[in-house]
Design a protein around this ligand. Sequence first.
Ligand code: AMP
Ligand code: ZN
Length: 482
Amino acid sequence: MKLYNTLDKKVVPIKPLKKGKLTIYNCGPTVYFRMHIGNIRAYVNWDILHRALIYTGYKVERIMNLTDVGHMSKDEDFGEDKIELQALKEGKDPISIANYYISTVLEDFAKLNILSPKGNPVDPNMPLEKLEEEGWTRATGYVDEMIAMVKKMEENGYTYETTQAVYFDVTKIDNYNIFTNQSLEEKQEGVREEVGVDPEKKHPADFVLWMKRVGKYKDHTMHWNSPWGDGFPGWHIECSAMSTSVLGEYFDIHTGGIDHLPLHHPNERAQNIGTFGHPSVKYWLHNDFLTGVEDSKLSKSAGTGASLPEVLSLGFDPMDIRYLFASVNYRVQLRFTKESLDGARNARVSLISKLRNIYRESNQKEGEILEDYKRQFIKELENNLNVSGTLAVISGLLKSKEKPEDILTTIYDFDKVLDLNLREETERKDMDIPEDILKLANERVEARKAKDFELADKKREQIESRGYRMIDTEDGFTLEKI
Ligand code: AMP
Ligand code: ZN
């Protein structure tokens, strides 16, 4: 496998620390709001990575955190704790807020076939006690490990304490801004004066490791005892503590969105160096953003994010969304528009209609995997997850003269990586479209040819009122049960 390592600024061959096995940490969601579709893009990308690694012969140990304390609004040190703020808004306690939004993460993952970090299909109703078993680490479950890490950094001389907090002293680290190559002076200019900032803080880029329950936070609901008094952990220490305590002092891959390049990831790296004397992570991978219609971040903090249920309510199938995210490389910025989703739906539906034709020709015989095509498919995956290349391999195979049953078996095998429910969709028993629906669909085609769009729309409505959706494809149309 070759992947783009942000530190090397290029695609590099992945050499696991332990032969044949890769350890992976995904920066996970802060569970104070329903995830927006941009977050979901990130998790589809890393799901494809996990599946591609398995498919190409690696063993994977992966975890993903659930941030349920200490992540401040606008990623500031002295902002509002996102979970506590939401608890206040909803009149609930922070733990119920976190639990509720964790259950929505599970629902969204299950709908989009995103595996648990452990690599299993997600049961949206699983008891939350099983999160850990499935590879999710909750920040509130690792506070002892966070405190131990801050103690170690303190012993190693990387921290200082004020009346309000314990800070990491960034001037102690060479190349602190390694991901953006900004100098500390440049960064200093970039740091806004925060309201209520700590006057004892030495450098504006120093960041909180432990926040004391004093001043602004004197009534913070979630708090723990520590050598520096009652308080709660900073957001960045959470990821360092969870990743290294579960995966080990050294691990292979760390992922996150490009929003983490200027702050969260340099801080994680600095903490690892402060604790262990080395950065712990071998490869840093970053997904580019899903942008909204105005090219702005679909930000849930701004309250403008589109959630999965909102997108589905526009009439899309969850697999249309998965197809869209699975067809674009993780390093490419993607615009989320109705047109991009329509395009993904048409491409997916047209793929399935081709597969159905092949299925009919195959007389339902089981086939064999076509090894040449599999090799090409793997080659594309190994090339920094060139997913558009994998789709091109599928197109080529669909046009080939291979036996229909072999084509199907091979594409179903590829679907272990893409997981677009291809077998299930192709072999669905309810796909025999009733004659009268087909007749309506052909009448709509005729009406459109005659440019009678009013009649065409009426026919579409009639089809939909009978429980079918008509989708135009490159070579005609296809009908789907709603
Ligand atoms: P958060 O819950 O805001 O910490 O975000 C969870 C994950 O989603 C992080 O890894 C972010 O980098 C990623 N993320 C946030 N917004 C977007 C977006 N618009 N597109 C892609 N990834 C995103
Ligand atoms: Zn993180």
